[in-house]
Write a protein that binds this ligand. Structure first.
Ligand SMILES: O=C(O)CCC(=O)C(=O)O
Ligand SMILES: [Fe+2]
Length: 257
């Protein structure tokens, strides 16, 4: 029998992927993602501001055991090392990645976890202001990153992208736009990963002001981090991993266009 994590190639298509500043080839695979066994209910979780209105985190979004199971599963995927020399306009980033278009997994990550409830729980008016429109769910462009010792993601801004959103309850695709980046950390110092923090650099409020101190998101197993992107994106980076491995699942919040 084929290993559980071996991707079954469905079709290959070239699209403009919504990775930061990158136009990449994106392939459509069908993966046997492990099920989300026990997760904390939304009532026990909170969207906590790391920087109000700009960077929010959800601790324990995934359990330690689920993260462990996913790292094992994802390690079986054919990740490819990104070239050290970026194309013009791209951030230097050295990590191993796997990217796929998977509307079913995006939907599970949205509805099969506390995410939908927490995001929509802010209320209708606040939804518009905070998330930038009527939230539809998560971008089906799923990116998996593995950073080993010495790997990093240099300072950059994440682009907003126009995408078509396939709702599970509708046949017709909905024109959508990404507004926030979602990062889900599967490892931390508890799993032997040192370094790798995601660091944000807020702009000074005026030309005469000194730049505010950087905001450091320390790795936490199972923590989700959301940050505004597109025009409102803060300069940020994934610091170099100095020991062990950092694993991240990335998607984006999509709103109706
Ligand atoms: O891995 C990180 O900490 C940051 C990743 C990132 O900035 C991105 O995916 O655009
Ligand atoms: Fe980024």
């Amino acid at each position: 029998m084929a290993p559980k994590s071996k991707p079954q190639k469905k079709t290959t298509k070239s699209t403009v992927a919504s990775g930061s500043n990158a136009i990449e080839k994106q392939q459509q695979f069908s993966l046997q993602w492990p099920s989300f066994s026990t997760l904390m209910p939304a009532s026990d979780l909170e969207l906590a501001p790391l920087l109000p209105d700009q960077i929010l985190t959800i601790s324990n979004f995934w359990t330690f055991n689920l993260c462990k199971e996913y790292v094992k599963f994802l390690a079986g995927l054919p990740l490819t090392t990104t070239p050290g020399k970026p194309k013009r306009g791209e951030a230097a980033r050295v990590n191993d990645r796997f990217q796929l278009d998977d509307p079913d997994f995006a939907e599970r990550l949205w509805s099969g976890t506390a995410l939908k409830e927490l995001i929509l729980g802010v209320g209708a008016d606040e939804q518009q202001r905070l998330w930038g429109g009527k939230v539809l769910g998560l971008n089906s462009n799923i990116r998996i990153y593995r950073y080993s010792q010495g790997q990093f993601f240099d300072q950059h801004y994440d682009d907003a992208n126009n995408v078509t959103f396939l709702a599970s309850n509708s046949q017709s695709p909905i024109p959508a736009r990404t507004t926030w980046t979602l990062l889900l950390y599967l490892t931390s110092p508890k799993t032997g990963c040192k370094g790798g923090e995601t660091v944000f650099y807020p702009d000074p409020t005026s030309r005469r002001e000194a730049a505010p101190p950087p905001i450091v998101a320390d790795l936490e197993v199972g923590m989700a981090l959301l940050h505004r992107h597109g025009n409102d994106c803060l300069l940020h980076e994934g610091r170099e991993v100095t020991q062990g491995e950092k694993w991240v699942i990335r998607s984006d919040l999509c709103v109706k266009r």
